[in-house]
Design a binder for this molecule. Structure first.
Ligand code: FAD
Ligand code: UDP
Length: 392
């Protein structure tokens, strides 16, 4: 293990790697990263499937997307990206629909061609049950934007599988991730910049920490060596927030994912990278077929690597991945946030450490911001302008 690191970072996901890169490059300080898993990259980790040579995303499909020029420039220091654009289809009762909901979804669902104006009128009628009430919950937000029939068909069953929580208790912000469009644009994301790292996520993320000031120790759980850690000036923690405090205030609600990999004897299993399964009687939420992320690569024509994704509670085999931000959990988070703010030697970051539903670009953005407002000033003995864990 590196002796006398200035900074110890718990977790080699995008938040931890970005922070390590900044501290080592900008401040020339020594960083030790501790990672529980046998690899870096957190949930973005990718690997080559030995049977097919196809690059798989071990924890589920990852598509990089953002609108921010600075973040797009930052990631290009470490990788080039292909020009993959994400499109998703969903299956409901044996029929296939385009997702997110757009004019093609609406026309297919109602079985006739509708112009954009006709579709708007129809959905406004279907969505009128809320009246002038401002939607507060996931379910209300969904019904107010697409109407109850589309909600019941394409959203409710999937959401129950994914979150195992009544959509009336889930926050509206989850469904607000998906646009609703009255044209035939079926891009999954609105973002200007999108792509997959040309030589994979692991290659990209490994290049972020090629610096003699950074050491990484894999297969190391912070909590099992916490007492033996050498002196350091700052700890940056990106594991689950409740675990840091030994669950003292209670357990935060998390969902995890379980992946079942298979190699299938066809060069194209489903014709696209992700197909969602909307119905509750199908146990998986989606199937990923990874070859489609790299149309520029030469992959075999007689085999394909797929993964069925199941949502499940966290367990020793399935780490927390999604914060279930119900009101009860947000109240509990508030208690941990106050504890975290009092922890002067530790900065909390990332999806697990801040209990936020962050995409990759947001994890990078949060790390860059935290470096500038909290980490750099603290390491340079200056006053900090950012608080440890923002308010809701
Ligand atoms: P993580 O990647 O979770 O990294 C945290 C790391 O900390 C892990 O490696 C963990 O092992 C380690 N750790 C935890 N506790 C300890 C401990 N006690 N000791 C040592 N190490 C510890 N984002 C997108 O932009 N596009 C997508 O298409 C996309 N798809 C996704 C699909 C799925 C199924 C999931 C779950 C997420 C997806 N994301 C996507 C989000 C993306 O994975 C996150 O934004 C990103 O992983 C956040 O990075 P992080 O560093 O906060 O967390
Ligand atoms: N969702 C749904 N049906 C779909 C796709 C998404 O009901 O076909 C809902 C579901 O609740 C999901 C949320 O919209 O959790 C956000 O979707 P997203 O694709 O962003 O989920 P993620 O990729 O983060 O799992």
């Amino acid at each position: 293990m590196m002796s006398n690191p200035d900074v110890i970072i718990v977790g080699a996901g995008l938040f931890g790697l970005t922070m390590a890169e900044r501290v080592a490059t900008e401040l020339g300080l020594r960083v030790l990263i501790l990672e529980r898993r046998p690899h870096l990259g957190g949930n973005c980790y990718s690997e080559i499937d030995p049977e097919t040579g196809i690059e798989r995303h071990r924890y589920g499909s990852h598509i990089f997307h953002c609108n921010d020029d600075d973040i797009w420039k930052y990631v290009h220091r470490f990788s080039r990206f292909n020009d993959y654009r994400h499109h998703v289809w969903t299956i409901h009762r044996g029929r296939v629909f385009s997702m997110p909901i757009n004019l093609s979804t609406i026309c297919a669902f109602y079985g006739r061609f509708l112009s954009p104006d006709q579709a708007r009128c129809l959905i406004a009628e279907e969505a009128s049950e809320l009246g002038s009430r401002i939607p507060q919950t996931f379910e209300e937000k969904a019904i107010s934007s697409i109407g109850r029939p589309l909600y019941e068909a394409l959203i409710r069953g999937y959401t129950l599988k994914q979150w195992d929580t009544d959509p009336q208790l889930l926050p509206a912000e989850i469904i607000s991730r998906l646009p609703v469009r009255y044209n035939f644009d079926n891009s999954y994301f609105n973002d200007r910049y999108q792509g997959i790292p040309i030589d994979g996520y692991t290659a990209w993320l490994s290049r972020m920490i090629v610096n003699p000031n950074i050491d990484i120790q894999l297969n190391t759980d912070f909590f099992s060596i916490r007492e033996q850690l050498l002196r350091h000036r700052l700890l940056i923690y990106t594991g689950p927030l409740d675990r840091y405090f030994n669950y003292d205030c209670g357990r935060l609600g998390w969902r995890a994912v379980r992946m079942e990999s298979a190699v299938v004897a066809t060069g194209d299993f489903q014709g696209t990278s992700v197909v969602n399964y909307a119905d509750s009687d199908i146990p998986w939420t989606r199937i990923h077929e990874f070859r489609h992320y790299h149309p520029e690569r030469h992959y075999p024509h007689d085999r394909s690597a797929i993964v069925r994704e199941f949502s499940c509670p966290p367990s020793p085999d399935a780490d927390p991945a999604y914060p279930i931000r119900t009101e009860d959990n947000r109240r509990l988070f508030g208690l941990y946030r106050d504890r975290a703010r009092a922890e002067s030697g530790t900065i909390f970051g990332g999806r697990l450490g801040t209990y936020r539903y962050l995409d990759m670009h947001q994890a990078i953005g949060a790390a860059l911001k935290s470096f500038n407002t909290a980490v750099r000033p603290r390491l340079q003995g200056q006053p900090t302008s950012g608080s440890n864990l923002e308010s809701e």
